[in-house]
Write a protein that binds this ligand. Structure first.
Ligand code: GDP
Length: 209
């Protein structure tokens, strides 16, 4: 089977809950501190070079950005606001924190959360908070340790084990972990399989494009 994400296309950006699409689909959300490598990971997942650039345009950085996945119906990738921007005004921070908390608590369509972390700086407070939001509401989370190409194989493997041990001690099987590189594409098949399973679409064959 070909890559089920290669026709991903921008659908909409939501600043308040009423702008979200009807809550009857299958969504997988992506979160990450700014610069963690979230846009690059979304682009690698979908094999598109500029897909997630739209999420970074001025005015969109505090919105939930939806991508649809034709020909699959009502399947969406959701790019959550990149957090960690020092200069976001306080009210806006409060606004999006409330929006995100509400989204995790009530969104029926949400099937899983991918938390993108730079493998050299994993499990910062915000990462832990996003994982908490998800598992507290019964949503599985997948930690993506990206930029693995920046570390040697041994160091990457050690970080993987340490992060997995810690998250599974806290959250059990609700949380999974993998290493990833948007640069070398290592781990793309594993990520596609996780997202496809959550969305209940056929898992792509390894190496599919
Ligand atoms: P975002 O802010 O989380 O969306 O991060 P970006 O995807 O824009 O990436 C931030 C920076 O890290 C950019 O300069 C990317 O080229 C770089 N980057 C992202 N992923 C990787 C990766 O897997 N390996 C390497 N070496 N660099 C990466």
């Amino acid at each position: 089977m070909s890559n089920p994400f290669n026709r991903a296309a921008y659908l909409l950006a939501a600043h308040v809950p009423r702008q979200l699409p009807p809550d009857d689909g299958f969504e997988v959300a992506f979160a990450g501190r700014s610069n963690a490598g979230k846009s690059s990971a979304l682009n690698a997942l979908c094999r598109q070079n500029a897909l997630a650039r739209v999420s970074k345009t001025p005015g969109r950085t505090q919105q939930l950005v939806y991508f649809e996945l034709p020909p699959h119906e009502r399947r969406f990738l959701v790019d959550l606001p990149g957090y960690g921007y020092a200069k976001v005004p306080r009210e806006l921070q409060a606004h999006w924190q409330a929006f995100i908390a509400d989204y995790f608590a009530h969104r029926q369509a949400l099937r899983g959360l991918v938390v993108v972390m730079d493998i050299r700086h994993p499990l910062k407070d915000y990462d832990r908070q996003m994982i908490q939001f998800a598992v507290r509401n019964g949503t599985p989370a997948h930690a993506l340790l990206t930029k693995a190409d920046k570390l040697g194989r041994g160091a990457a493997g050690n970080t993987l084990q340490a992060v997995r041990r810690e998250l599974q001690a806290q959250h059990g099987e609700q949380v999974s972990v993998q290493t990833f590189s948007s640069e070398s594409k290592a781990g793309v098949d594993e990520l596609r399989a996780v997202v496809a399973r959550w969305m209940e679409i056929g898992a792509p064959a390894p190496g599919a494009d």
